[in-house]
Structure formats: C-alpha cells, structure tokens
Write a protein that binds this ligand. Sequence first.
Ligand code: NDP
Length: 439
Amino acid sequence: MASSPAQTEFYQAVEEVLESLEPVLDQNPHYSDNSIIERMVEPERQIMFRVPWVDDQGKVRVNKGYRVEFNSTLGPYKGGLRFHPSVNAGIIKFLGFEQIFKNALTGLPIGGGKGGANFDPKGRSDQEIMRFCQSYMNELYRHIGPNTDVPAGDIGVGAREIGYMFGQYKRLTGRYEGVLTGKGLLWGGSLVRKEATGYGCVYFAQNMLKAQGDSLDGKTCLVSGAGNVATYTIEKLYQLGARPVTCSDSSGTLYHSEGIDLATLKTLKETRRVSLREYLNEFPQAEFIPVDAYPEDGHAVWRFKADAAFPCATQNELTEADAHALLNNDCRCVSEGANMPSTPEAVELFISNRILYGPGKAANAGGVATSQLEMSQNASMQRWTFEQVDQQLQAIMADIHTRCSETAKEFDQPYNLVLGANVAGFRRVADAMLEQGVV
Ligand code: NDP
C-alpha cells in the first residue's frame, strides 16, 4: 500500500490489523481471492465539506468538515464526530477503520464510520459553538439517517453539541428521529450513554483481571484525559474499590495520591470547562505537572507508580518510554479508553511482557454498544432504566472479552488480545462481506 504523510495514523492502524491477520489470511486463501483486505481498507464513501460560520465579532470563519462512511456490511455506519484542531482526513480515516472492527466485536448490527472537523471549541462562546454545529449539520444532514448513518460524540462533541446538531437536523428535514446518539435524556437519549465508554473500559479491565483470579479492589490506577471517557472511568474505578490517582488534559497532568476528587473534576471539566490546574485551588496538596515539564520521551501521567493504567485522552499518548516506566513500576494491566493511545512500540512491549492489555477497539467498545442500545430504544419508542442498560453493557463487555481471549487462545497466544480483537472483528465483517457479494 502506498503511504502518504497526511495519513500517518491511518497507516499505523491498518498495519497493526494486517500484522494480526497474517495467520488467518494464510489459513483462509478465500479472503485474499476475494480481495477482502483491499475492499476493507478503502472507505465506501468519504465526504469532505466547507463549514463556514460567524464568530462573536462578526468575522466569517471556515473549517474543514469530514464524514467517512467506511463499511456498512453489518449495519448503518456508526461512529462519533470529533471537533479538535488536530483533525484531518488521516485521523478520521484511522478512527473510521478502527470503528469497523470495534463495532463488529460488540456483536451488534452496526457498520463503521467516523467524522468531525478541525474546529477548536476552546475559548468559544456557547453561541459560537451553536453556529458552528448548525453549519456543520447544514451539509451533514443529507448523508445521515436512522437506517443509514448515525453519528455520535467524540473529542470535543458532547451532549451540548449533539443537541445543537439534532435541532438543526430536525429543522432541515422536519423529522424527529434517532439520527444521532448521545442525545439529552429529555429528548431521546439513553441512560448510561454518557458513562458507557468509561464504565465499559473498567468492566473490560475487571474481566481481564477476573480471568486471572484477581480484581480491581484496592488497586492504584493511572488515568489520562479529563473528558467524558476519563471522568466515567474514574467514577467506575471508585465504585469497584480502586483508587485513581491521576488525570490529565491538554495543559498538563494532575497527581493526587489520596485519589482524584471526582466532584471537583466534574465541576472543572463538565461545568466550568477550565484547566485542571485549577484543581489545586481546592486541593493544594495535589501536584500539577504542566505539559512543558513532561519528560522529552513521553508523558508525566505514566511515570507514577500504579497497578493499572487507563489511557483515556487521545491517540499516541503512551510512548515506548512511557510503557517502560509503567512496567518498571510493576503496572500489570492496561485498558484503553481512548482510540489507539499506545504507540506500536508500547503495544509490543505490553504483549512481549505478557501483561493484561486491552486494546481500545475492544476495551472502549462500551460507548458505541450503548449508542446502539439508544438506537434500539428510539426505534421501539421505549425507555429502559439505568440498571437495564448497565446490565446489558456489562454483558456486552464480558462477551467482547470472551470473544477476544478465545480467539487469541485459538492462535496459541492467549495473552495477545490485540490479535484476538483484530481477528474476531475481521472474521465477522469479512464473512458477511463474502455473503453479500462484490459490492
Ligand atoms: P473529550 O473531549 O470529552 O475529552 C478529551 C480529553 O483528552 C480532554 O481532557 C482533553 O484535554 C484531552 N485531550 C484531547 N486531545 C488531546 C491532545 N492532543 N493532547 C492532550 N490532551 C488531549 O473526549 P472523550 O473523552 O469523548 O474522548 C477521549 C478518547 O476516547 C478519544 O480517543 C476518543 O476517540 C475515545 N473514545 C470516546 C468515546 C466516547 O463515547 N466519547 C467512545 C470510544 C472512544 P482538554 O480538556 O484540555 O481539552
């Protein structure tokens, strides 16, 4: 495959999957005979569009918008929207590609897609965010629908942004339907959706530990990020008796040896949307390491001693040096809430040291799985209780863990859940593609 510097993360994601698939492709030549890989790495459709909007000073701003409809073999395209200045076509493609396998692993009828814009929501007023979301939907609405493509949130897109986009979709089409997930609880959202990715990532760690007769109870944990996934990872860790001592954002890393205070974290990030540095106003005994004081070869958050680590911020946020630091500090469990947070070198170290390592496409699938539960409730006009949705989420995460570990065992690498996740996800999509013919 020819490489392009603009698509670094996409090629990184594809290479990891293809490496895992070698034994399957060798044993099953019919996949290659039918060009399954060539078809899978090419999105069914990529939409790129201009997003013009007016800022509070009356100046017209322009951003680039994307939606990649990657693979609809198993169901409508499903995957979040990311609003962050780093967004480009390669990042959206990598996320969309990963989404195909993740969605297949859930066992639910959802295809893979992803979208976003290179818009920076930081420092923007509520009115500016609304105008941006409305403009984004002015183009996106023609490509999505409850049975074709159902976007959700991701970095920079939470309940507020989903609300503004849903309002605009309804205005443009005149239809009130489940075209987005992550909706507000007053108007079609599902209980547990907000918590699902973080909770699911902890349930996945719990399943990995349980398989070894261990648990999270009493474990000291490192968490990165301070957004949706990190916050609810921390909440569930507390509920299961663990002690999360870190979190991080784009300004730096927070370390609080007694455990991160969850209520303060929610106030700072969900309500006030300010830097984690302000945590020290409440807890002066905590430590804040600004980004410019990070080690040259990695990130401060992974340099503290802990039993388990939960990367929940962004891609490539855990380097080889960070992985060495974790291993030297006796960390024996890594469960990824973010997408592709560990570099390939870090992943290699986790696998060769045979620690419990849950790759993002398995460990963070709870979010998309609960999105599908939101779609089911919308389609049947039902509303399930928190306990009903949470029980289904727990069952789905346990199934994903079983699927990955059974597949890894089949290839005599029981500790290698990367192989397990990639092969199990691939086989479900590839076999369905074969049954649907050359399309
Ligand atoms: P949020 O926008 O809620 O939070 C992201 C957090 O990560 C913020 O604390 C942000 O810092 C930090 N961050 C983002 N980019 C960078 C960067 N380049 N450098 C340093 N810090 C950064 O996003 P989510 O919590 O929803 O998403 C986090 C990860 O989880 C992503 O990889 C996403 O793809 C993945 N994921 C999310 C799902 C979901 O349901 N939301 C589902 C599955 C995966 P700051 O606060 O300063 O902006």
